[in-house]
Design a protein. Structure first.
Length: 297
């Protein structure tokens, strides 16, 4: 129990609920803004609003310019090129696919991350990760149904977006041991600002009064989503946090039904469940492994 009287697991779960609500609001904000502006402009607005909030925080004594120190700007640049690509794929998919489909395909990210961690971080392949990779492939096949249904190009774009997000996770893991979380967020906004602005200029459309609430929401939840998720993983075990993160799928499915008349596809829900089973099994095995006594020679 904590001083506040809440168990650690419950505190972590509540932070994760904040993250999944933020991601859902972000998806709805993007869907609404797509009525009046293009994808690149939406990405620019998100970076601009995030940078504005971060600059305000920079004025606080707790942070200051010292929080921005880095010796790895090249890795920040590479990380944000991949992150920007993932965001573009996400926005593009939201414009063409049901929200639940976009979120379900996004859940392939742990599978990509496991592969990349083996290639670039030297992490070993164990039984749990083999099961996760195998069920991840099965889950993707269930969702996309190759040879049975016509695979939508937007679904493949989102699959590439999940790979880009996984690449971002690997770069973040490298950076987190060297730079502060504030620096990672700050350079994310600074680097992605021109990446969104330049391609947005030819078809720029100024936001109207109807768009302003969604613009503000996009800027706020763009930061709160990552902040809540970071807090959740710091407070509680992944065994607690990851299952709650997968609740994003039924939540966004309900939002899609209520506001956009989208009927959830059974194959999408089933494929996501298969991917979740593999991810949860892998995390469970690794969590149990950490509790076992180390064996020397």
């Amino acid at each position: 129990m904590t001083a506040a009287g809440l168990p650690v697991a419950l505190r972590g779960a509540l932070w994760m609920v904040g993250a999944l609500v933020s991601f859902s609001i972000m998806a709805v904000s993007v869907r609404e803004l797509l009525h009046s502006m293009g994808s690149f402009e939406i990405l620019f607005i998100r970076s601009f609003m995030s940078l504005a909030f971060l600059l305000l925080l920079l004025l606080l004594p707790r942070h200051g310019l010292a929080a921005l120190r880095t010796r790895h700007f090249g890795l920040h640049l590479l990380r944000n090129v991949f992150h920007f690509g993932g965001q573009y794929a996400w926005v593009y998919a939201i414009s063409l696919l049901p929200l639940a489909t976009v979120f379900a395909i996004e859940f392939t990210m742990p599978v990509w991350a496991a592969l990349l961690a083996m290639l670039f971080l030297g992490e070993r392949l164990n039984q749990g990760r083999i099961v996760m990779l195998a069920l991840g492939i099965v889950g993707v096949c269930v969702m996309l149904r190759p040879g049975v249904a016509v695979i939508q190009p937007a679904a493949l774009v989102m699959l590439l977006g999940a790979f880009a997000y996984a690449s971002t996770m690997i770069a973040t893991k490298r950076l987190s041991g060297q730079d502060s979380a504030f620096a990672i967020l700050f350079y994310m906004a600074v680097i992605q600002l021109p990446l969104g602005l330049v391609p947005a200029l030819p078809q720029w459309a100024w936001p109207g009064m109807r768009d302003l609430p969604w613009v503000i929401a996009l800027g706020v939840v763009g930061l709160t989503a990552h902040y809540c998720m970071t807090r959740a993983f710091r407070i509680a075990d992944a065994m607690v946090v990851v299952p709650i993160d997968f609740l994003r799928l039924p939540l966004i499915a309900v939002v899609g039904m209520l506001f956009y008349g989208e009927s959830p596809d059974l194959s999408i829900l089933l494929g996501a469940a298969v991917i979740f089973a593999g991810t949860f099994y892998s995390i469970r095995r690794e969590s149990m492994g950490r509790l076992e006594p180390s064996r020397g020679h």
